[in-house]
Design a protein around this ligand. Structure first.
Ligand code: SF4
Length: 213
């Protein structure tokens, strides 16, 4: 089994004086350093949360609590769907519009529909991720690409804003059954991160749906 590794991960290994690696019986990537064997959870993450300057305005959304896990139990796979699909940095901000169940990704000012480019790139990226083993995914919330809970804009004047899911996050959710997923808003302290780590180590299978008819 191959594992897609980030450049940051290699830096970590070098820092810890890496001497070997393997996949253990539980499918968990492990590596040996002069400090001893370490079981690493392999976790996809919105790249801006690790401090990569990939946001539409050229900034980041660095989360120090999440970043600190790199030194401990997590090997991150940083992904920025918008930058990596070719939209570049900086870029015009976008928002979700239309049907919350099937929203479209549209630039706010120039009104260009970016749904196809983001969706097609996401499908290809999912295929890459499926060839590797990931234990979980951490998303930047409210992003029209990465968010798990995102406002979907439409013409109705309802008091409550309809909620949808970012296009890339939706494809990850559809493609990885039972994969533990979290949003950065819920991982702001060590206690919640440890709960998420335990969920990744011992994922709870979702009950199968009853057949209609
Ligand atoms: S939220 Fe997602 S698409 Fe937006 S900058 Fe972060 S990683 Fe990129």
């Amino acid at each position: 089994m191959s594992v897609l590794l980030s450049s940051e991960f290699f830096n970590d290994i070098i820092t810890d004086q890496f001497v070997g690696n393997t996949i253990n019986n539980h499918g968990i990537f492990t590596f040996s350093t002069k400090k001893g064997w370490v079981n690493m959870l392999v976790v996809g993450i919105s790249a801006c949360l690790l401090g990569e300057k990939v946001r539409y305005d050229g900034g980041d959304k660095k989360n120090p609590v999440l970043l600190a896990q790199k030194e401990r139990q997590i090997s991150y796979i940083p992904i920025c769907p918008e930058a990596q699909c070719g939209m570049g940095v900086p870029r015009e901000p976008m928002q979700l519009e239309g049907d919350p169940q099937k929203p479209r990704l549209v630039t706010v000012n120039s009104r260009i529909d970016k749904t196809a480019i983001l969706s097609n790139w996401s499908k290809a990226q999912i295929t890459v991720l499926q060839k590797n083993k990931i234990d979980g995914f951490i998303f930047k919330n409210r992003s029209p690409s990465c968010g798990l809970e995102v406002t979907v804009h439409n013409s109705s004047k309802t008091a409550t804003k309809p909620q949808g899911m970012g296009l890339f996050a939706q494809q990850v959710k559809n493609s990885f059954v039972d994969l533990p997923m979290a949003q950065d808003d819920d991982l702001q302290n060590q206690e919640n991160i440890q709960k998420f780590i335990m969920e990744m180590k011992h994922p709870t299978p979702q009950p199968s749906r009853e057949q209609d008819g």
